[in-house]
Design a protein. Structure first.
Length: 248
């Protein structure tokens, strides 16, 4: 029974790490099942939603669940979880070693420094601004506005822990800075500047993962992710609309 409980804990830990890091539901279930099938060939079932992960052993009253609370994007965690699960499947590590390795992945995998992420957001902003018809003279302005908007979105979320509100306020700030820059002559194309600035906030991964889950038959998770992406896009649009109505 102890080994079976450890199996469930390990599978749920792997599933939670992947789900919170932005993985698709079908990929999470595949990893959990791969772990179970290589542990004394136990017959297990796993079920994954956007916020809850369930795993049980068939023919026994043994079932556990965990929640995926803080969803973000961390491809390094997904890669490490997949790598360790495959090493376990190949017999290179034991179940307890896999569990300890996953605990290390969950708690010790570093995230990119916030300054690097701000720089990346700025680069994404001016790159997409150029693709959407902006001019090279607006590059520095778009870089600064995109960096500030991304920083404010993350800062507000960490302070309030309220999804959607952070993107609403960040899009409002991005739009105000864009309008101000346009009026004082720091930018020549207002529309491209605003669009480039909000691009780091657009939930591209959620849309992609949601569509892939739908195609794989995970209708509930796919719909939830798409609804979340639509709501984020909606509040971003509201923030821009309010700014343009009040200040343009």
């Amino acid at each position: 029974m102890e080994n079976k409980n450890l199996l469930l804990k390990t599978g749920l830990l792997a599933g939670r790490i992947m789900m919170e890091s932005g993985s698709e539901a079908y990929r999470v279930e595949d990893t959990m099942q791969r772990i179970a099938q290589n542990s004394k060939k136990l017959d297990t079932e796993s079920y994954v939603t956007a916020t809850g992960i369930f795993m049980s052993i068939n023919d026994e009253s043994t079932s556990q669940m965990t929640q995926a609370r803080n969803r973000s994007i961390n491809l390094e965690k997904i890669d490490a979880t997949n790598r360790y699960s495959r090493e376990y499947a190949a017999g290179n590590i034991t179940l307890i070693e896999l569990y300890e390795a996953l605990q290390s992945v969950d708690s010790q995998t570093p995230e990119f420094n916030k300054h690097y992420r701000m720089i990346a957001a700025g680069v994404a902003s001016f790159s997409l601004m150029l693709l959407l018809g902006g001019t090279y003279g607006d590059v520095i302005t778009a870089f600064i506005i995109g960096s500030i908007g991304y920083f404010m979105s993350n800062r507000i979320y960490h302070r309030t822990q309220m999804k959607f509100i952070n993107d609403l306020i960040a899009s409002f700030i991005i739009s105000m800075l864009s309008v101000f820059s346009y009026r004082v002559g720091l930018a020549t194309n207002l529309d491209s500047l605003i669009i480039g600035g909000i691009m780091p906030l657009v939930p591209g991964l959620a849309i992609t993962a949601g569509m892939r889950d739908l195609f794989e038959g995970h209708l509930l998770t796919g719909i939830v992710r798409l609804v979340e992406a639509i709501l984020i896009s909606l509040v971003i649009g509201i923030g821009i609309a309010l700014t343009l109505q009040w200040f343009s």
